[in-house]
Design a protein around this ligand. Structure first.
Ligand SMILES: O=c1[nH]c(=O)c2[nH]c(=O)[nH]c2[nH]1
Length: 294
């Protein structure tokens, strides 16, 4: 006899835009998000017995995402995600967990004639700021992060001393290009209530800035022995800087740039210390991950 091992459902890819209009200055500030909200609880019978009486329609979940964005600030996204998730526990006794994911897209204010423009913005890169909240009656687990921050350094990266055997063709290198799309997360200690999330909410913007700055500074300044060694240093520094963070993680593709031997053309030197023109690769790519706990 089969049984339902796990279940969650809700609405994904809900796109939300909110504007704040400062009545005094006329300055407007915008936030664009993509939201996912998946519920868990006593919903088994909707799967096993076609019992829709336990189903909060995903259309209603979508409506709630908009209503909560109107009722509450959407900045920082950690606070919005906590309010949204808590709503489903408060409103529906049979719902035991709300899993919220908020992806915040970049809208950076334009500078026109050297002055910040009051209502015009541009997308300066695909990088997003992400939050995952799991809200239960035990408390709120928040995971904050950065995704798709594309970085490259043209030197200051090496990779040698790795296993050499009959499967190895890769040459050791003391000077290579290093490029990746940063996916970094930091998981907070458990918050008992939404009020505890709200209290000192500036911690979330500060930690995002700290993690982003550490990521870029370590990437730029570390004389990298490997992606593994460099990402571990980033994790250590984030844990040292943010005392309420329990766990940090990185997932980094190693986006390869291959040297091109052009010696067949008039003896051109384009390898080793003479390398200038490279071939950026699509796939395959390395993929290096780690989690570091306090
Ligand atoms: O930083 C690296 N880590 C690896 O594990 C690896 N493997 C590889 O082929 N190149 C690299 N680079």
């Amino acid at each position: 006899m089969p049984s339902l091992a796990s279940a969650r459902y809700g609405k994904d890819n809900v796109r939300v835009y909110k504007v704040h209009k400062d009545a005094e200055t006329g300055v407007q500030t915008v936030t664009e998000m993509t939201v996912c909200c998946l519920l868990e609880g006593e919903i088994e019978t909707s799967y096993t017995q076609a019992d829709n009486s336990v189903v909060v329609a995903t259309d209603s979940i979508k409506n709630t995402i908009y209503i909560k964005a109107k009722e509450h600030p959407v900045n920082p996204p950690e606070v919005y995600a906590s309010h949204l998730g808590q709503h489903f526990l408060d409103k529906y006794a049979h719902i035991s967990a709300a899993n919220i994911k908020v992806i915040v897209h970049r809208w950076t204010r334009m500078n026109i004639d050297g002055k910040p423009h009051p209502h015009s913005f541009f997308r300066d890169g695909q990088e997003t700021r992400n939050v995952e909240a799991r809200v239960t009656r035990e408390g709120i687990v928040l995971k904050s992060g950065i995704a798709d921050l594309t970085v490259l350094k043209s030197t200051g990266s090496a990779f040698h001393g790795f296993v050499r055997d009959e499967y190895t063709t890769l040459a050791e290198t003391w000077d290579r290009i290093l490029s990746t799309d940063v996916d970094s997360t930091w998981t907070w200690k458990l918050f008992p209530t939404v009020a505890a999330v709200e209290e000192g909410a500036e911690r979330f913007n500060r930690a995002w800035e700290t993690a982003r700055n550490i990521t870029m500074k370590v990437f730029a300044e570390d004389n990298s022995a490997s992606v593994q060694a460099t990402m571990y240093k980033m994790c250590e520094q984030i844990l040292a800087a943010e005392s309420e963070v329990e766990l940090t993680s990185y997932s980094l593709p190693n986006k390869h740039y291959f040297e091109i031997d052009l010696s067949w053309h008039k003896g051109i030197k384009n390898t080793g210390k003479d390398a200038e023109v490279y071939a950026p690769q699509g796939g395959p790519n390395g993929l290096i991950k780690c989690e570091v706990r306090r």
